[in-house]
Every structure is written in C-alpha cells, then in structure tokens.
Ligand binder design. Sequence first.
Ligand SMILES: Cc1ncc(COP(=O)(O)O)c(C=O)c1O
Length: 492
Amino acid sequence: MAKQARDLPLPALTLDSASSTPLHRQIYFGIRSAILEGHLRPGVRLPASRALAHALSVSRNTVTSAFDQLAAEGYIEARTGSGSFVPAHLPKEQIQTKPGTNIVGPGPKTKVLSPSRRASWLMSMAGESTPRHPFAPGLPEVDLFPFKEWARLLGRHWRRPTTEALSGTAPGGASRLCAAIADYLATARAVFCRPEQVIITAGSRQALDLAARVLIDPGDAVWIEEPGYWPTGAVLGAAGAKLVPVPVDDEGMSVTDGLVRASSPRMICISPSHQFPLGVTMSLARRLELLDAARNAGSFVLEDDYDSEYRYAGRPLAALQGLDQGDRVIYLGTFSKVMFPGVRLGYMVVPDHLLDAFLKIRTLIDAHPSSIAQAALTDFIEEGHLASHIRRMRPLYLERQANLIEGLRPVRDQLKLMPVDAGMHLVGHFKKACNDRAITNGARRLGVQAPALSSYYRGEPARRGLVLGYAGVSGSSIKRAAARLVDAIVGS
Ligand SMILES: Cc1ncc(COP(=O)(O)O)c(C=O)c1O
C-alpha cells in the first residue's frame, strides 16, 4: 500500500510497503531526490521526524534512520533544538529541477560527454566480439586441459597463501615464477635473460600495451607485419605511433621493403617463429639482416613468440632475442595457447637498461596479475604439468590439422591448403581472385568462423584466403564444420 506525506512539504514522498526496498531507504531516496531535483531548496527546514513518521504511518526510528544517512552524506544538517535543514550552501544553480530523476542531470548548456579521440580510433580497430565457432584462430583445446591439477594447485595456494600472495608480488611478478620462465626460455627458446628481466603480465596484449607506453612517443614510426596480428597495430597506433605496414614474404618481414618505407623506425614488431597469420618462419639470414637494420637505425624489436611450443617437426628455431646483444629486443610470450586464453597470464623479457622504466610504469597500471594464479602457475610448471599437457596436445593438434585438410579436399581446386609443421592454424589461399570477406560472411551464417586473410592487411591485400584455427576443434566437429565451409566456398 502506498503512503504519502500529505500536508508536509514533501508531497512526492510516497512509500510502498510491498516493495523489497526497506522503508527507511525509500524515505532516504525520496528526500534525496527532492533535494537534487530542487523541490527542497537550500536552507529549507525538513518536517520533524515525529511529524513525518506520523504522516507516513511508520515508526519514528524508520525516519531517524533515513535522516541519519542523509546527514552523514551531507544532504541535510541537524541543528540542535531547531530540526533538520537542507544545507544553505548547496549550489542552487547546479541542482536540477528535472522531474523523475534522482541524480544531477545534464544542465541545458552541458554537452553529452564522449570518449577521447584516441578511444574512438581504438574502438574502430576493435573487432566484433563474436561467439567462438570452429575455426576461430588462436583457440587451444580447452576440454583436455588438466583442470583437476590446476584446481588442486589453486586450492593449495588459497588455503595457505604466503605473505607475498596476500600483500602483492613485486611489479615484475612472483620471483619463483620469473625464475621458472627464465629457465624454460633458456632451454626451449634460447632466450637469454636473468629472472629479474622477466615481467609477468595479463597476457601478451598487456605486454604490448606496456611496451607502447614505455617506448613510443606520438609520431614514432613503427614497422608492423603486413598482413599481421591486428591488436599490435591497434595498441601501437593508440599510443600515437605512425604505423608502417611492411610486407611479409616467404622468409618473414622484408627488411628491404621496410627500409624503403621508413628508414629509422623506433620499433619493429615481428612474430619470427611463426608469423601471424601467414605461418612463415623467419629465416636465419633475415633475422640477422633485421637485427643489423635495427642496430643501424637505433630501433627496438618487439618479438611476439605466441605459439612456438607447437612445433611438429624438428626443433624450433631459436628466438630472435638470443641473437641480439641484449639491448634492443623485447620478447613476449603467453600462456593463452599452452593453457587457455581466459587464464590471462603472459610474460615479457625486457633488456636490463629498460627494466626500471617498465617496472615503474607497470606499477601504475595494475601492479601485477593475481598472486594466487602466479603461485599456482609456478607449481604447475615446476611439477611438470604444463610440459606434459603440451606434449599431449602436440600429436592431437597435428592430427586435427590433417583432419581439416582432409575435410576441405572437395574445394582443393579453389583453396590451396598445405600442411604446416608449427602452430594452431592454417592459411588456405584462394587460387583465383575472389572476395574472401564475402566467403567469411557466408561461412559465419553457417556457424563457421573463417576470417578472411584480407582482413589482416592494413593496406591493399596481396593475397586472399581464409585463416583457420584447428587446435580447439574436436575431430567430429572438424568434419562437420569443414563440410559447412565447403558449402560456403562452393556457394560463393
Ligand atoms: C599473434 C598473436 N600474438 C599474441 C596472442 C596472445 O594474446 P594474449 O596473450 O593477450 O591472449 C595471440 C592470440 O590470439 C596471437 O594470435
């Protein structure tokens, strides 16, 4: 039943005894709105609590509880012996009289506030966040992840958190985790660093963002791969970099082309172990040429080593970082592929002379990722669970790659799809000129995610094709999704 404060200067104060909002909160909101909307002007005296309680048929305690809250927040002030008043110093002109609102609304002259120009640019770069369907690139097999072990380790650290876990790790991350990663990088990737040079991040995109904040000034030229991983360009572009797309050929990013386009880049961004999306491994000759060009031009090199753990033949080529003299390569790694993307953990290796800048700026942003997750990950690595999960996934991913190629055999005259010995995705190249984006759209309508190769180019696409992630799609789903993709290609 609604009750009203008739005969008092609060006609709009209506209580609903059937509402789940307690009566004292209803009174609080009612009076607060009356003040903000200008019905109760600065200096006005409020009804006495006893009179208001009587008018609203509630207990006096209910009213005084509301008054106490209003007084604590500065909406009213109690004067001993005189009652409660709306403070005289509330700025009259900023209290709105728009009925029906209980907040300070926009005044007649205020503009609608919008995000920054930088944000608008970034938003235009951001892809749609669509539901993940087969063959969305970059997804590992999550169903076979050893969640039991992971949960056990998380539980262990939640039950007995260390002081470091509770008060926060150093900005670079938990020292044991940094040491475990430095060890792994030395043996598996020939990346040379001290554990202190490893910074734990919330995935490699955060590492990229940190590198952009620390190393880029507006107007700096940055070479990015063409085609390439679009977040790299988006994050660096948002930092004000002048993006210089440099074509990728069969040996990786073309240094000769880069030098023609911008001879003194501030930074060169590459994925040399397994170029995204084309899948090329940068030749040793090209790596040496690139490092030489970077040294001559005084450029930093940002090495994105996102999926090198998945190598199906021979040993992976060592990381570029190990070929450098230790002063210009910033190395990025991620647990998104070897664990699952939602874990949001990655790392970067930073040259000694830049560490102070990276760590200080990192502290301002988010301090560090969850210390409990870092502690669990340390054990997960040290107890060998990560290595055995990767070992189990390798033959499975290779088999899925073969299944995908087999499933797309009906369109092999149109789409060239070759087996590759690394990674989690394949690129199918269309043999004839075609609109690959239209095929992507057709596939999406059939529940298949097959991004167009042309969408990874910033300029005119040199090749048309489809980028197909197979690692996260089970055998039977690959068959079904491949059949739908065949339909989309044939029907295009
Ligand atoms: C080229 C490339 N780099 C990095 C990443 C990983 O990003 P993150 O660690 O932020 O999940 C991905 C993931 O899809 C990628 O494709």
